[in-house]
Design a protein around this ligand. Structure first.
Ligand code: SF4
Ligand code: SF4
Length: 125
């Protein structure tokens, strides 16, 4: 990804070098920022996430934040997953601005835990 291909990031934590590396990943999914906002959304597996914020660093649209896992997401985890999440101070990622996602796919390949998937957003009923 050249600088010309990167949108002007809205994210003050944006790491251009990490984003470039993710952009070159052969398994990068999505539509390279060409999707209408909110046509896709990132889904985080809280049992895998270690809260290390690579997703924050590469998302040009500032979709993510990392904070303490919510009770509703903690309760269904297995014992092993709870141990893992606890070891990372119960910090986990949330897609708090998922409506801004343009399916660049960078978060999926940047996550070292393979905790992020990009899914088509549900159509309204
Ligand atoms: S989703 Fe992945 S990249 Fe984001 S905080 Fe969790 S482990 Fe890190
Ligand atoms: S695919 Fe991931 S990195 Fe790209 S805009 Fe959506 S949430 Fe952000």
């Amino acid at each position: 990804m050249s600088d010309d291909d990167l949108p002007a990031p809205r994210n003050t934590h944006f790491d251009r070098d990490k984003a470039r590396r993710a952009a070159r990943h052969p398994d990068r999914p999505g539509e390279h920022c060409k999707a209408e906002p909110a046509r896709y959304r990132p889904v985080i597996d809280h049992g895998k996430c270690e809260g290390k914020s690579d997703c924050i660093a590469v998302c040009p649209y500032d979709v993510f934040e990392v904070r303490k896992i919510e009770d509703a997401d903690w309760r269904p985890l297995s014992v092993m997953q709870k141990i893992k999440v606890f070891a990372h101070r119960k910090q986990t990622a949330y897609a708090v601005r998922a409506d801004a996602c343009k399916a660049c796919g960078l978060c999926v390949v940047a996550c070292p835990e393979k905790a992020v998937t990009l899914v088509p957003a549900r159509k309204p009923l």
